[in-house]
Design a binder for this molecule. Sequence first.
Ligand SMILES: *[C@@H]1O[C@H](CO)[C@@H](O)[C@H](O)[C@H]1NC(C)=O
Ligand SMILES: *[C@@H]1O[C@H](CO)[C@@H](O)[C@H](O)[C@H]1NC(C)=O
Ligand SMILES: *[C@@H]1O[C@H](CO)[C@@H](O)[C@H](O)[C@H]1NC(C)=O
Length: 163
Amino acid sequence: MEVKRKIILCLLIAITMGCYRIEGRDPTLHRVGGGRYTWSPKVNFTKWASHEHFYKGDWLYFGFDKRIYNVLEVNKTNYENCIDTGFIENITRGGRDVFQLLEARHYYFICGRGFCSQGMKLLIDVKEPTTTLPPPILPNKALLNRLSNTLMLVVTILAWIFI
Ligand SMILES: *[C@@H]1O[C@H](CO)[C@@H](O)[C@H](O)[C@H]1NC(C)=O
Ligand SMILES: *[C@@H]1O[C@H](CO)[C@@H](O)[C@H](O)[C@H]1NC(C)=O
Ligand SMILES: *[C@@H]1O[C@H](CO)[C@@H](O)[C@H](O)[C@H]1NC(C)=O
């Protein structure tokens, strides 16, 4: 049983590392707010984000109590006005949730249920990685999307095990 679990874990890591190389750079997992359970009203996320560098392919990790908080990707307007309806994507799963930044653009996240106006809002500026390596040979978009879904599952599992 234990050995089986270890083998599965090793396989997952191997798959993850394999996928990483496609991006041409090792993606970083950013723990939002800096800790295990720091998607909370006490944190200044603008300050936190200003000390981080986000590149395409990186991951965000949100740790929180899902009975109280949630994580929603919203557009700029709704981020600025703390509107939690008409969101783009509900990131909330089990409270240790990951999200991959797949594009070089601005991403906006808020917590609903009134917590956004208490400071639970996050703006992420994702940059194109600057690399001197030759551009990686990318598989087609459908395959990439499938891969990204698998990767999300893997990272979620790893987050639950290790963080
Ligand atoms: C959060 O930090 C930023 C940058 O350090 C600062 O400008 C802002 O006033 C802070 N916000 C709050 C609510 O303290
Ligand atoms: C943001 O989303 C809201 C709700 O879906 C929508 O009404 C608004 O027009 C959007 N704003 C922009 C700038 O896309
Ligand atoms: C977001 O998803 C979670 C988990 O699937 C669900 O419990 C919650 O109700 C959803 N929140 C919104 C605002 O849709």
